[in-house]
Design a binder for this molecule. Structure first.
Ligand code: PGA
Length: 251
């Protein structure tokens, strides 16, 4: 099984109105003209913009994704969005288990695992987020936390090439702080081992993204670390220019 190309994913979080579609169009054009080389580029806008963004991206290599999905395909879940709905709106990916969902919406590993299954059943690829808090890192528990999250959040029956793991230390998100290269390489190597434990012989095809304060200024360093197969970018993905400077690492 061959490994998928690197993935540079933008997570817009709860930002963006129709005006922001210009940024999607700019990224689309930059990707079409080779601005990200061999990398796959993905934008996860708020769900309200998904269909309009999909219309802009028709025929383009720029992919679109959701930021979360419900574990059920439909039903009485006011305010929620299902994986088949995201697919129908033009998504090919969905982020699940982001720390802002785990902390702000009390999502357990079991919930994240069910959402991952729902995403796969709908034909989406899932970006499963894991990562430790600052006190957990201080206590020397970073690897154990990520290991537990992976074991609990990844369904064994999932095809490894349709899952990407995003390692996002909670303390690095939106803070301007990043782990050192040594810590990133250690964590990504550990995650790789865990993936081989889930899928013996095949754990090498799953992409492991780094996320947390990835900026144009630090992207080259972070993306060149061992076992880093791309990035999940929050704040810097809101600007097409900044986002393409990051994806441009793969030119
Ligand atoms: P950040 O967010 O790049 O703004 O730190 C990353 C994320 O939460 O996915």
């Amino acid at each position: 099984m061959t490994k998928a190309p690197p993935l540079v994913a933008g997570n817009w979080k709860m930002n963006g109105t129709r005006d922001s579609l210009w940024e999607v169009a700019r990224v689309r054009d930059a990707v079409a003209s080779g601005g990200a080389g061999r990398a796959e580029v993905l934008i996860c806008p708020p769900a309200t913009l998904l269909m309009a963004a999909a219309a802009l991206c028709e025929g383009s290599p720029l992919k679109l994704g959701g930021q979360d999905c419900h574990a059920e395909p439909s039903g009485a879940f006011t305010g929620d969005i299902s994986a088949p709905m995201l697919k129908d709106a033009g998504a090919s990916y969905v982020i699940v288990g982001h720390s802002e969902r785990r902390a702000g919406h009390q999502e357990s590993d079991e919930t994240v695992r069910r959402k991952t299954m729902a995403a796969l059943d709908a034909g989406l690829c899932a970006i499963v987020c894991v990562g430790e808090t600052a006190p957990e890192r201080k206590a020397g528990e970073a690897l154990a936390v990520a290991g537990r999250q992976i074991a609990g959040s990844i369904p064994k029956s999932a095809p490894p090439q349709r899952i990407a793991i995003a390692y996002e230390p909670v303390w690095a998100i939106g803070s301007g702080l990043t782990p050192g290269l040594k810590e990133i390489a250690e964590m990504h190597g550990f995650i790789r081992e865990k993936l081989f434990a889930v899928w013996p012989g095949q754990g090498g095809v799953t992409r492991i993204l780094y996320g947390g304060s990835v900026k144009p200024e630090n992207a080259a360093e972070l993306l060149s670390a061992k076992n880093v197969d791309g990035a999940l970018v929050g704040g810097a993905s809101l600007s097409a220019e900044a986002f393409m400077k990051i994806a441009g690492f793969y030119r």
